[in-house]
Design a binder for this molecule. Structure first.
Ligand SMILES: Cc1cc2nc3c(=O)[nH]c(=O)nc-3n(C[C@H](O)[C@H](O)[C@H](O)COP(=O)(O)OP(=O)(O)OC[C@H]3O[C@@H](n4cnc5c(N)ncnc54)[C@H](O)[C@@H]3O)c2cc1C
Length: 410
């Protein structure tokens, strides 16, 4: 009989950790995954190395998820990064910290090892994993969920939707969960691509693809108000701004926003003053030479001077006040009109999703339908790069798995 205490729809970290937690409590569990194998998104995570979590305590995580982050407080406290690390250690794949970034990876730096471990763990616990299944409809009648699929009818007392978001559809996440949740009566906050490159009007760094800046100040503006300001790495590509700092900030882009980058780590007044001092000290030095003191890549210096129509060989004494000020402005506060954020095809996560108002943050249970739980990226909460999204999926999954009730079967 295809009857279970729990059916989990979606074999990503959220679904897998729910299934494991419930099975450890003695639940009869099935996990339904539409792909031929579970964990496709884990396989691509961290460029195949799988950045599972980040250094820090749950309270250090709270500001990494933006305003909706408070929804995750209970989940992160009940299943902290320490506990996730312990899980992998106890199951034979310890996580290692990469000090410079604060990211944790499996010691083998292999996503495949993570998926293998999780699959083995589920099979050991007796979880029925059904891959390559198509869900055709879900109904709830008299406390029982019926799941109609191309492989027949499945029934369960508890149902978890863990289908992820809409980004990176190539790995299976095509937003199916939004349709299912909506049909079950849930409100969906319109999904948008996030952790994606930012495109600006009149991008002038096409030729500088590959150049990156570490730990620079990035600000998103809307209607002359600062939306967010975060430091991080910026990568110039052929067509857009990318790199972890840009991806993180992309989560806050709305229509008609602007992107501002400070490439040099100094404020306008300071850099302006320093250039005036250089000019007074030795007016014969070329502007190119002086800019090289700031550790800016040579190709970048050439490009910005050319944009501002300043000759590289121009002597400091010959640099007009007007040109100096536009140079300082470009280096310290290059403000550009954002035309778009990279599409769902390239976005690493989805912003938006099942509205948090209708989900109990202490259990992950739907406030509308008893026995229905919603976990992971499907929810309207998303995090920065660095392991925060997988941690959130695992923590919400474990919380759901711990909270659900088991019915006595005859
Ligand atoms: C390229 C890339 C790199 C990333 N790197 C990292 C990283 O290093 N660290 C990090 O923390 N986060 C990373 N992320 C984000 C992270 O992978 C996700 O936020 C996380 O996997 C979400 O977990 P989830 O369980 O909610 O959903 P997912 O992992 O997306 O899993 C959902 C599962 O549900 C399945 N599914 C969907 N619809 C159906 C259906 N109708 N029926 C059955 N099954 C269905 C999908 O096929 C999928 O297997 C990355 C994302 C991308 C795209």
């Amino acid at each position: 009989m295809n009857e279970f205490d729990l059916i989990v729809v979606g074999g990503g970290p959220g679904g897998i950790f729910t299934a494991i937690t419930a099975a450890e409590r003695g639940f009869k569990v099935a996990l339904l995954e539409k792909n031929k194998r579970i964990g496709n998104k884990i396989l691509v995570a961290g460029s195949g190395k799988c950045n599972l979590t980040h250094t820090g305590k749950p309270k250090d995580f709270s500001d990494k998820y933006g305003q909706n982050g408070k929804f995750l407080k209970e989940a992160l406290n009940k299943y902290s990064p320490e506990m996730l690390k312990m899980f992998f250690k106890e199951n034979g794949l310890p996580l290692v910290l990469v000090e410079e970034t604060g990211k944790y990876f499996p010691e083998t730096f292999s996503s495949l090892d993570v998926v293998d471990l999780l699959k083995r763990k589920m099979l050991t616990l007796g979880i029925k994993i059904i891959e390559g299944i198509k869900i055709e409809g879900i109904q709830k009648n008299l406390e029982i969920f019926s799941i109609f699929t191309d492989k027949g009818l499945y029934k369960c007392d508890n149902l978890v939707l863990a289908t992820g978001g809409k980004s990176y559809p190539g790995v299976g996440t095509t937003g199916d969960g939004y349709v299912m949740a909506k049909e079950l009566g849930h409100k969906i906050v319109p999904p948008k691509p996030a952790l994606s490159p930012i495109y600006v009007r009149d991008y002038f760094f096409q030729e500088l693809s590959g150049i990156s800046f570490q730990n620079v100040k990035i600000t998103i503006w809307k209607e002359n108000k600062k939306v967010i300001e975060k430091k991080g790495a910026v990568l110039l590509t052929h067509t857009n701004f990318s790199g972890p700092g840009i991806l993180d900030n992309s989560r806050f882009v709305e229509s008609e926003s602007q992107l501002e980058i400070n490439y040099i780590g100094k404020e306008y007044e300071i850099l302006n003053k320093e250039l005036i001092e250089e000019m007074n000290k030795d007016g014969k030095k070329t502007i190119k030479k002086v800019l090289s003191y700031y550790f800016l890549p040579e190709r970048f210096i050439k490009t910005i001077l050319s944009i501002l129509e300043i000759s590289e060989e121009l002597k400091m004494a010959e640099l007009s006040k007007e040109k100096r000020e536009s140079l300082v402005k470009l280096l310290t506060s290059n403000k550009m009109e954002i035309t778009k954020v990279g599409s769902f095809e390239m976005a690493m996560v989805t912003r938006g999703g099942v509205s948090l108002d209708e989900v109990n943050a202490k259990t992950m249970e739907s406030k509308k339908i008893q026995g229905l739980y919603l976990v992971g990226e499907l929810l309207d909460v998303d995090g920065d790069t660095g392991g925060y999204n997988i941690q959130a999926a695992c923590s919400t999954g474990v919380l759901a798995g711990k909270s659900m009730r088991k019915k006595e079967r005859e």
